[in-house]
Design a protein around this ligand. Structure first.
Ligand code: HEM
Length: 215
């Protein structure tokens, strides 16, 4: 195996990174606290991979969504594991983003020139919470349905435009198949796409500015 790798490596140069690709400024005193953002990113990757697998069996329709989730959990090989990984990664992601934010805050790494990166980070938090909110409806069970009834009702309390916002979020006056498709589309397409773009900007700035030296 080693000889085969060496043979490929001599032609492909896998073991030496592209110039500058993996180079970035790091603080003189390293700490495990700098790993929190990387752990969050690992969870994002796990969410994307398990989400892609779930989407093979999940059916985003009023009549079939609930049954399809049951099938994933009970019949599909490793379905319960993949679903569990997706759910746990989502919960842990929120925890690790908050810990990462706390580390950045305590190290005062939001100060110039990193203020725009703080804002990009805040966007990732909003996108993550929105993904959790839209994903919660997808099992289409009683808990998901009523939780979404309560949470979307809050939107209607916004002065003047509350009723319009409620219609926009639900796709009508009630929560039904239209809401489910709307949430599914946001959950698997729009939000991950936005997350990809914001994370690209986040990492680009980390790479260009280096990680701050802490306190
Ligand atoms: C999915 C969400 C996020 C991921 C994957 C992520 C990832 C990362 C990574 C890998 C770093 C490099 C250093 C480190 O890990 O500490 C970093 C730095 C940074 N992040 Fe995040 N981050 C996320 C969310 C946030 C949030 C919510 C904020 C703040 C509101 C934020 C603000 C920052 C700032 C200001 C830096 C530069 C820190 C420094 O130079 O010391 N990030 N992020």
């Amino acid at each position: 195996m080693g000889r085969l790798f060496d043979w490929v490596d001599r032609r492909f140069s896998l073991s030496t990174p592209h110039k500058n690709f993996l180079q970035r400024g790091i603080p003189a005193r390293l700490s495990y606290l700098y790993c929190l953002g990387g752990i969050a990113f690992t969870l994002v990757i796990l969410l994307v991979l398990t989400g892609m697998m779930l989407s093979i069996y999940y059916v985003p329709s009023e009549a079939e969504a609930f049954q399809s989730v049951l099938r994933i959990t009970r019949e599909v090989r490793l379905g319960a594991l993949i679903r569990g990984l997706h759910k746990w990664s989502a919960n842990l992601l929120i925890l690790f983003i908050l810990l990462h934010t706390l580390r950045v805050f305590l190290h005062k790494a939001y100060r110039p020139p990193r203020e725009l990166n703080w804002i990009a980070g805040a966007f990732t938090l909003v996108l993550t919470l929105s993904s959790g909110f839209t994903g919660y409806l997808l099992p289409w069970n009683q808990k998901a349905y009523w939780a979404t009834v309560v949470s979307t009702n809050m939107v209607s309390t916004v002065p003047l435009i509350g009723r319009h916002l409620l219609y926009l979020v639900r796709g009508g006056p009630e929560i039904d198949g239209t809401t489910l498709v709307r949430f599914y589309s946001l959950h698997v397409l729009w939000l991950p796409l936005a997350m990809g773009l914001v994370l690209w900007a986040h990492f680009h700035m980390v790479k260009r500015q280096g990680i701050s030296g802490g306190l």
